[in-house]
Design a protein around this ligand. Structure first.
Ligand code: ADP
Ligand code: MG
Length: 221
């Protein structure tokens, strides 16, 4: 089992009020495949991805990735897990403004002390068709190009799981589609699990499994 999410509970507390977002949510992924998550705005999709990505922790439950429960990891261990196992593509590209495209892609490789980070980053940029933009800074890139840099950064360390939170949400339809097909392609080629949050029902249907986040849980459609 690559991913085994058991009875995850997550809510937010603001002042006296508690907002329950996820309640006894479960999900199992046993092979490299693509999963889409649909759901209304505010249903908890980004919350769930942030738990899978180790950016936040569940209040209860287990998130077992390759046999290890990330919900019970110490912060230092969690940071390592994140770097080694997870690639994240957000709707906002979250590139470092003062770094070139190449440097942005190199960053996680350097943090992981991978061999030849420059070469590997360049290869990832080639795979998203942006080798000729390697020295551009984020403000010198279009939205689609920025997102492709973000995709290159996510895949370069060869993570087992790619999380994509409405990755085409800020792009025009054609650009969004090309970025998406790139993500599909790269995940397939690298045998990564892809978990894709999207509003686009057609896009969701191109995934191996489609779930809806509804009533605080994931339901297989
Ligand atoms: P989605 O991605 O499906 O649109 P989110 O996971 O972003 O939904 O949010 C789920 C619910 O949790 C929303 O009602 C949102 O307002 C609330 N929420 C999200 N993040 C926080 C936070 N950090 N603090 C308080 N409430 C939050
Ligand atoms: Mg969201």
């Amino acid at each position: 089992m690559i991913l085994d999410v058991q009875d995850v509970v997550k809510g937010y507390t603001q002042g006296q009020k508690r907002l329950d977002v996820l309640d006894k949510l479960a999900l199992q992924v046993d092979k490299a495949q693509s999963l889409a998550i649909l759901g209304k705005s505010g249903s908890g999709k980004s919350t769930f991805l942030s738990l899978l990505g180790g950016l936040d922790r569940p209040d209860q439950g287990k998130i077992i990735v390759n046999g290890k429960d990330i919900a019970s990891m110490k912060e230092s261990e969690l940071a390592k897990y994140r770097a080694q196992n997870i690639g994240i593509v957000f709707q906002q590209y979250h590139l470092m403004k003062t770094f070139t495209a190449l440097e942005n892609v190199m960053l996680p490789l350097e943090i992981l002390k991978k061999d030849q980070p420059r070469k590997k980053a360049m290869e990832a940029l080639e795979q998203v068709g942006l080798a000729d933009r390697a020295d551009h800074f984020p403000h010198q890139l279009s939205g689609g190009e920025s997102q492709r840099v973000a995709v290159a950064r996510a895949i370069a360390p060869e993570p087992k799981i790619i999380l994509a939170d409405e990755p085409s949400g800020n792009l025009d339809a054609a650009t969004g589609e090309s970025v998406m097909s790139m993500i599909f392609d790269l995940c397939k080629r690298r045998s990564s699990v892809l978990i894709l949050v999207t509003h686009d029902v057609d896009l969701a249907k191109s995934c191996d499994q489609v779930y809806e986040l509804n009533e605080k849980r994931l339901q297989l459609l």
